[in-house]
Design a protein around this ligand. Structure first.
Ligand SMILES: [Zn+2]
Length: 64
């Protein structure tokens, strides 16, 4: 099973990058790496966003 999450669905106004993973945990880990690398998040600020929006993030994860 492959899961994906799209940056735009996650709330970014312009980025349409899609992250993939085999599990929810993996796709969120890839999203975190992308967020840190491309959107200037730090480990700390990302974890804060994730904990506040976890339900939303889980909802927008799609099965490919
Ligand atoms: Zn992005």
């Amino acid at each position: 099973m492959t899961l994906s999450i799209n940056c735009k669905d996650a709330g970014d106004p312009v980025c349409t990058h899609t992250m993939y993973g085999e599990t929810e945990e993996e796709v969120l880990k890839n999203a975190k790496e992308h967020g840190i690398k491309e959107h200037g998040y730090t480990e700390e600020s990302w974890n804060e966003i994730l904990s506040k929006n976890l339900e939303h993030f889980k909802k927008i994860i799609k099965q490919v």
